[in-house]
Ligand binder design. Structure first.
Ligand code: 91O
Length: 295
């Protein structure tokens, strides 16, 4: 039950909601104070109606000529409940921890309570102060363990990028936002849909004759774009219009700025992760053995 208390804070069960600390296409994240245990949490607030609208659920479907039953988009709420089911089974130091879900069927809002990762997003891109190689290496090692765990749990994240990597007081990274993640069975996911953030999308998903592509290699590509951001403070392929961006991701080779100067090993790793051919792209186990990661 949510009420506003004396100084205007929303009270939700034992949580006092405070400042907004995150915002995205998903909704907002507020700092939440649990009065029962004197601990702060991150409360992700979703609107069920907004989720339905975003998926065009309330849009009238154009009548199709042969009167075939319209294939409705998958109910976006199912998406969120699938995300919650995924989150509930995840338990790893480099993955955000879902504590509880407050879901009143009569309420529009859906609340996801996460353990607070105190420092928030590890980097906002573009950044004029990118990380040293030592710092990038430390963060990148956390990402490798987190992704290795997710792939072992048969989950493809599909939206790896600096804003979804949260930094704790212990200066370790936790991977967040499973809003577009895919679960798979067998050795790897075989996907057909594009999902995630344009600048981080792998070339094989952008081909117009895009057929099934492997899931794990998509996360590796996004990790490569992320490592490029850590190092240079900007994305490797940027373009104002999304179709121009797609063309660059598909066609352009990776360019390294003059400054900051970086080691040959780091450039080599980035180039192997941003290999446009997913079948020759470096794998997670090869990344773990790479000179720049192990040194
Ligand atoms: C400056 O201090 C700050 C401390 C913490 C934050 C923060 O937590 C931000 C987003 N958080 C999250 C977002 C998520 O998705 C988009 C998910 C998820 O759905 O997995 C989980 C969390 Cl926790 C921000 C600033």
């Amino acid at each position: 039950v949510s009420v506003s208390d004396a100084d205007g804070y929303t009270q939700l069960n034992q949580y006092k909601l405070k400042d907004e600390i995150g915002k995205g296409s998903y909704g907002i994240v507020k700092l939440a104070y649990n009065e029962q245990n004197d601990v702060h949490y991150a409360m992700k607030i979703l609107s069920k109606t907004k989720l339905m609208k975003k998926a065009g659920f309330f849009r009238r479907m154009p009548p199709n000529r042969d009167g075939r039953k319209n294939s409705r988009p998958p109910n976006p709420l199912e998406r969120v409940y699938r995300e919650i089911a995924i989150l509930k089974k995840l338990d790893h130091p480099n993955v955000v921890k879902l504590v509880e879900v407050l879901d009143d069927p009569d309420e529009d809002k859906l609340y996801l309570v996460f353990e607070l990762v105190e420092k928030g997003e590890v980097m906002t891109v573009p950044s004029a102060t990118p990380f040293t190689e030592e710092l990038s290496r430390s963060y990148f090692r956390d990402i490798i363990s987190g992704i290795e765990y997710l792939h072992y749990q048969k989950i493809i994240h599909r939206d790896i990028k600096p804003s979804n990597l949260l930094l704790g007081d212990d200066d370790h990274i936790k991977i967040a936002d499973f809003g577009v993640s895919n679960e798979f069975s067998g050795g790897d996911a075989f996907l057909t849909n594009t999902a995630g953030t344009p600048a981080f999308m792998a070339p094989e998903t952008l081909q117009d004759d895009a057929q099934n592509f492997q899931g794990k290699a998509l996360d590796i590509w996004a990790m490569g774009v992320t490592l490029y951001c850590f190092t240079f403070g900007k994305v490797p392929f940027e373009e104002e219009y999304v179709l121009g961006l797609h063309k660059k991701i598909l066609k352009d080779s990776v360019q390294f700025p003059e400054k900051p100067e970086v080691s040959e090993e780091l450039k080599d790793l980035i180039l192997q992760m941003l290999d446009k051919n997913p079948t020759t792209r470096i794998t997670l186990s090869e990344i773990k053995e790479h000179d720049w990661v192990t040194c």
